[in-house]
Design a protein around this ligand. Structure first.
Ligand SMILES: Cc1cc2nc3c(=O)[nH]c(=O)nc-3n(C[C@H](O)[C@H](O)[C@H](O)COP(=O)(O)OP(=O)(O)OC[C@H]3O[C@@H](n4cnc5c(N)ncnc54)[C@H](O)[C@@H]3O)c2cc1C
Length: 397
C-alpha cells in the first residue's frame, strides 16, 4: 500500500490522522495554511477515550509526561459558593475506564503529534499552504492552493476545522451556528494564583448564563482559566483580546472566589463558540471530513479534540481495511462515526443548558448532582469514556 492521502489542516485532528494513516502503511501529505503548526495558549482536558486512542498510536505516555493528573472533577455553585458534585478521577476512575483523566497545554499535545509526524518518513508536512479550491475527478482530487499551485491525491481528508473549506465543497451548508456563548481564556503562572484559591482539581463554578473552569497545567507550573458567558454582541472571532469590563458585567453576581480568580488575569483572549447540529453527508467519493470540520460541538463535554482523535484512528483503520480504496472506506468511516459524534454534539448542548441554569432548574440540577455516588457519575459518562475506536461499531458495515 503506498497511496498518498492528503490531509488538509494540521491541527490536533489532522496530525493524528496523519500518524494513524502512516501506521497503516499510507504515505501522507499534510497541507496546513499557517506558517507553522501551532495551538493557542490554553489548556485542554483529555478524557479516557482520547487517551485510549493515543495509546493505540503509542503516543499516550508522551502526552501524559507533561500533563496534570487532577484527583477530582469538582463542581460548585457560583451563586452561593456551595459544592454540588465531586467526581474522583484518580486510581478508581483509572481502574473503571482503563485510562486516566488528564489536563494539558494544547501546545504540548500538538508538539507531541508534530514530533511523531516529523519522525515518520511516510509523512510530508507542508506549511504556509492554504487550500482554496477542490476538484474531484474519477481517479483523484485536484487541490488548488492560494498561490495558484495545485496538488493531487486519490484521497483527501478535510481536517480544516470549524470554518472548513473542504466542508464547503463536500456539504456546502454554510457557516456554523453562532451560539451566543463566549469563552474568555487566560493562563496564569502557578505562583500568581493566591494560595487559598489554588486547587489540584479540575473545578467548575456554575452560574446563571455563566461558568468558570480552572485547573493546573504543565505539571502544575501553570493555571488555566476559562470563563464563559452568554452575549449576543459577538458574531465571529477567536483568539482575540477580550474586554475585561464586559467579563465583569457578566460575572457581577458570582461568588467572591470566582471574582478573585478572574481578577488575576490581565489579558483575556476570547472565542465566539459555534457548533452545528449532527448530519450525514461528510463523504463524497474521494473526500471526507474529520474533527471540527465534520461535527463541530460546544465545549461543555470537553470532547471536540477527543472526537477528532478518534476519527483519525478510525479513518486510518477503514482505509486499511478497504486496501486504500476511498470509495469503499470513506462511507464506512462516516457510518462508524456519525452517531457517536452526533451524540456528543447534542449532549454538549444539553450540558451547556444545565451548566448555565437559573432559578428552579438550577435547584433541580444541584439536587440531582448531589444525590449521585461517584460510581453513578462514572456510569453516566460510560457511553463516552468506554469507547475504543479500534473496535468497530457492531451494527454498521
Ligand atoms: C473554549 C474551548 C475549550 C475546549 N476544550 C476542549 C477540551 O477540554 N477537550 C477536548 O477534547 N476538546 C476541547 N475543545 C474542542 C477542540 O479544541 C476542537 O474540537 C479541536 O481542536 C478540533 O481540532 P481539529 O483538528 O478538527 O480542528 P482545528 O484545531 O481547528 O485545526 C484545523 C487546522 O486546519 C487549518 N486550516 C484551516 N483551513 C485551512 C485551509 N483552507 N487550508 C489549509 N489548512 C487549513 C488550520 O490552520 C488549523 O491548523 C474546546 C474548544 C473550545 C473552543
Amino acid at each position: 500500500m503506498n497511496d498518498v492521502v492528503a490531509v488538509i489542516g494540521g491541527g490536533i485532528g489532522g496530525l493524528t490522522a496523519a500518524t494513524a494513516l502512516a501506521a497503516q502503511g499510507f504515505a501522507v501529505r499534510v497541507v496546513e495554511q499557517a506558517p507553522e503548526f501551532s495551538e493557542i495558549g490554553a489548556g485542554i482536558q483529555l478524557g479516557p477515550n482520547l487517551l485510549r486512542a493515543l495509546d493505540h498510536l503509542g503516543l499516550r505516555d508522551r502526552v501524559l509526561a507533561n500533563a496534570w493528573a487532577a484527583p477530582n472533577l469538582r463542581v460548585n455553585d457560583s451563586v452561593d459558593g456551595q459544592p454540588i458534585d465531586c467526581i474522583p478521577v484518580g486510581d478508581g476512575f483509572r481502574e473503571r475506564f482503563g485510562q486516566p483523566y488528564a489536563l494539558t497545554h494544547r501546545a504540548d499535545l500538538l508538539a507531541t503529534l508534530q514530533e511523531a509526524c516529523q519522525a515518520n518518513p511516510a509523512i510530508e508536512l507542508m506549511t504556509g499552504c492554504r487550500v482554496d479550491a477542490l476538484h474531484e475527478e474519477s481517479d483523484r482530487v485536484v487541490i488548488g492552493l492560494a498561490g495558484g499551485e495545485t496538488l493531487e491525491a486519490p484521497t483527501v481528508i478535510g481536517a480544516d476545522g470549524l470554518w472548513s473549506r473542504v466542508r464547503e465543497h463536500v456539504i456546502g451548508d454554510g457557516k456554523p451556528r453562532v451560539t451566543g456563548h463566549i469563552a474568555y481564556r487566560g493562563v496564569l503562572a502557578a505562583d500568581d494564583v493566591p494560595e487559598d484559591l489554588w486547587s489540584p482539581d479540575m473545578t467548575i463554578w456554575l452560574g446563571p448564563r455563566t461558568h468558570l473552569v480552572h485547573y493546573p497545567l504543565r505539571r502544575g507550573t501553570l493555571y488555566n482559566l476559562v470563563a464563559v458567558f452568554h452575549s449576543d454582541r459577538y458574531t465571529e472571532g477567536y483568539d482575540e483580546v477580550g474586554e475585561v469590563e464586559e467579563l465583569w458585567r457578566h460575572f457581577d453576581g458570582a461568588h467572591q472566589s470566582v471574582r478573585a480568580l478572574l481578577e488575576r488575569i490581565d489579558v483575556w483572549k476570547y472565542w465566539v463558540l459555534c457548533d452545528r447540529l449532527p448530519r450525514r453527508g461528510w463523504t463524497t467519493g474521494r473526500m471526507t471530513l474529520l474533527g471540527d470540520a465534520a461535527h463541530p460541538m460546544l465545549q461543555y463535554l470537553a470532547q471536540g479534540a477527543g472526537m477528532a482523535i478518534e476519527d483519525g484512528l478510525r479513518l486510518a483503520l477503514e482505509l486499511a481495511r478497504a486496501e486504500g480504496d476511498p470509495q469503499v472506506a470513506l462511507p464506512r468511516y462516516e457510518e462508524q462515526r456519525v452517531l457517536r459524534t452526533g451524540r456528543a454534539q447534542i449532549m454538549a448542548r444539553l450540558y451547556g443548558e444545565a451548566f448555565h441554569a437559573d432559578s428552579v432548574t438550577r435547584e433541580l440540577r444541584n439536587e440531582m448532582l448531589r444525590a449521585r455516588t461517584p460510581e453513578q457519575s462514572w456510569d453516566s459518562m460510560a457511553w463516552l469514556y468506554d469507547h475504543d475506536p479500534v473496535a468497530r461499531e457492531p451494527q454498521v458495515a
